[in-house]
Design a protein around this ligand. Structure first.
Ligand SMILES: *Cc1c(COP(=O)(O)O)cnc(C)c1O
Length: 457
C-alpha cells in the first residue's frame, strides 16, 4: 500500500478551523431566484419573513453578496466540542476495490446527532437566543435534524418543539427519546394540534406523513405562538452557509497535503451537506481558478434533480411557506412508503438548483437496494456504519472508483459521509431480509404532481 505520507485521518489544528462561513452566492454571476410571497408573487422582504424566521438568519438568507460571514464566538466554541470532523483517506476501501483512484471522505457523524445537521442547528439556535426568543419549532424526517436542534436548543436554553414525520416517529422511537433527553417535545405529524394538520388528516386519513406536512405544522405553530420562530434544517441559503464549514475544513486539510480532488460527491436531500461540502471548491470554479466535477446523488424514488422541473413551488404541503424556485417534484409529492433511505424532500436548495441549471454540477439517481449494498460494503471495509442518506454518496463514489479501475485513471475522489445509521436498523433489517424494493415513480405519477405547481410568471 502506497501511503505518500498522507495519514488515514487528517485533522486540523484549532488555529486552522474556519473562522467565517463562506457564502457561495457571492461568487455566482446568475444568483439563485429569490423567495416569493405566495400571495403577491413578489420577492419576500425581510419584514415579511420576520414573523416566521429569526432576524439574524433572515439577513443571511437574503444576502447574495457578502462572501464571508464571521462565525460568532459562541458558535466557534460549540464547534470546538466536536470539530474538526476528520477527513479520512479510504485506504482500505481503495485496496478492496483494487482501484487506482484515491478516495477521501469527510465524516460528519462524530456527534450525538449523528450527522452534519448540528453545524446549522447550533447557528440557528444562537440567532434565536440572540433575538430573545422563547423557543423554536421545526419538523424532522429521519430525526437527525430534530436531534441536532434539540441539542443546540438545550445548549442555549431554548424551548424546542419538533413535528416528526409519523412513519419515522413510529419506526424510530429511540430518536424520539434522544430528542426528549435534550428537552424537546416531539409530536407525530400530521397531528390534530394544528389547523393544517387536521386538514391534511381529513383529506388523507391514515397518511404516514411527509416532510412537507410537518413543515406546514411547524410553521403554523411558530406563527401562532408568541416568542417562537420556525427553523429549517436544510434547503435554505442560510443552512448551506452554515454547512460551508464542512467544505472549508475539507479544503484546508487537502491543501495542507497538496491534494486537489477531481470529483466531489454528496448525497442531496434538500442540498445542505452537498452545498456545504462543495462551497469553497465551487467558489474556485465560479471564479475561474480551478475546475472540479460535482455530483449530487439522490434516491430514484425521490428524484428532484434528475426528473423534477426547475420552477417556483411551495416548500411545504400546506402551502403556507414562501415560494422557492428550485428543482421540484411538486409539494404534494410523497415518496413510496417503502422508501427507507431518507432524502425524501420534494424540492432542492435554490442555490444548488441554479448551479445545476447552469450545468456547473451533475446529478444522478440511485436505487435504494444498490444504496444499501454500498452501505453494507462500506461498513465491512471502512468500519463506519453509514446513514442510508450518506450511502447514496458512497454508492456513486464506489462506482466512480470502479470506473477508474477500468480506465486506469488515478482520479482523486472526495465524498461527504454525512452521518451514522444506528437509528436506521429497521431499514437495514428490511434490506437483510430481502424485503426492500425499489419503488420508482412512473412518468404519469410525476406529471400528476407537477400539474399542481403554482403558476408564476
Ligand atoms: C439530513 C441528512 C441528509 C440530507 O440533507 P441535506 O440537506 O441534503 O444534506 C443527508 N445525510 C444525513 C445523515 C442527514 O441527516
Amino acid at each position: 500500500m502506497k501511503t505518500e505520507h498522507i495519514p488515514y485521518k487528517i485533522y486540523l489544528t484549532e488555529d486552522e478551523l474556519p473562522k467565517a462561513w463562506y457564502n457561495l452566492r457571492a461568487d455566482m454571476k446568475q444568483k439563485p431566484a429569490p423567495l416569493l410571497n405566495p400571495g403577491t408573487h413578489q420577492p419576500m422582504k425581510a419584514e415579511e419573513l420576520a414573523g416566521v424566521f429569526c432576524e439574524g438568519l433572515i439577513a443571511q438568507e437574503l444576502d447574495n453578496d457578502t462572501a464571508y460571514f464571521p462565525i460568532p464566538e459562541e458558535i466557534l466554541t460549540f464547534y470546538k466540542m466536536y470539530r474538526p470532523s476528520p477527513l479520512v483517506r479510504a485506504y482500505c476501501l481503495e485496496e478492496k476495490l483494487g482501484t487506482p483512484a484515491k478516495i477521501y471522505y469527510k465524516f460528519e457523524g462524530n456527534n450525538t446527532s449523528g450527522s452534519h445537521k448540528l453545524n446549522s442547528a447550533i447557528a440557528q439556535a444562537y440567532y434565536a437566543k440572540k433575538q430573545g426568543l422563547k423557543g423554536v419549532t421545526t419538523e424532522t424526517g429521519a430525526g437527525q435534524w430534530g436531534t441536532a436542534l434539540s441539542m443546540a436548543c438545550s445548549y442555549f436554553d431554548l424551548d424546542c418543539k419538533v413535528y416528526m414525520v409519523k412513519c419515522s416517529y413510529e419506526q424510530k422511537p429511540f430518536r424520539r427519546e434522544v430528542m426528549r433527553t435534550y428537552g424537546a417535545s416531539v409530536t407525530p405529524s400530521p397531528s390534530m394540534e394544528t389547523e393544517v394538520g387536521r386538514k391534511i388528516l381529513a383529506e388523507h386519513p391514515g397518511t404516514t406523513g411527509s416532510l412537507g406536512c410537518a413543515i406546514s405544522e411547524a410553521v403554523e405553530k411558530a406563527v401562532t405562538s408568541e416568542g417562537y420562530r420556525y427553523v429549517l434544517g436544510s434547503v435554505l441559503n442560510q443552512v448551506l452557509l452554515h454547512q460551508s464549514v464542512i467544505g472549508l475544513e475539507a479544503k484546508t486539510a487537502l491543501d495542507n497535503f497538496g491534494v486537489k480532488p477531481d470529483i466531489i460527491i454528496g448525497c442531496a436531500g434538500g442540498g445542505s451537506n452537498l452545498g456545504g461540502l462543495i462551497a469553497p471548491f465551487m467558489g474556485e470554479k465560479l471564479r475561474g481558478e480551478e475546475d472540479y466535477r460535482f455530483i449530487a446523488v439522490e434516491p430514484a424514488s425521490c428524484p428532484s434533480f434528475t426528473r423534477g422541473v426547475y420552477a417556483y413551488d411551495f416548500c411545504d404541503t400546506g402551502m403556507v411557506c414562501p415560494l422557492a424556485k428550485m428543482y421540484t417534484l411538486g409539494s404534494d409529492f410523497i415518496p413510496s412508503a417503502n422508501h427507507a433511505g431518507g432524502l425524501r424532500y420534494h424540492g432542492m436548495s435554490s442555490t444548488l438548483s441554479e448551479l445545476y441549471h447552469q450545468g456547473l454540477m451533475e446529478a444522478v439517481s440511485v436505487k435504494q437496494t444498490d444504496v444499501f449494498k454500498a452501505a453494507e460494503y462500506f461498513a465491512r471495509v471502512e468500519g463506519i456504519l453509514p446513514a442510508p442518506e450518506s450511502a447514496h454518496a458512497i454508492r456513486v463514489a464506489i462506482d466512480e472508483a470502479v470506473k477508474c479501475k477500468e480506465t486506469g485513471e488515478e482520479k482523486t475522489i472526495l465524498f461527504g459521509l454525512t452521518g451514522t445509521g444506528y437509528f436506521d436498523m429497521v431499514a437495514y433489517e428490511r434490506f437483510h431480509d430481502g424485503q426492500m424494493d425499489d419503488f420508482i415513480p412512473t412518468d404519469e405519477e410525476l406529471a400528476a404532481y407537477r400539474s399542481k405547481l403554482p403558476k408564476v410568471d
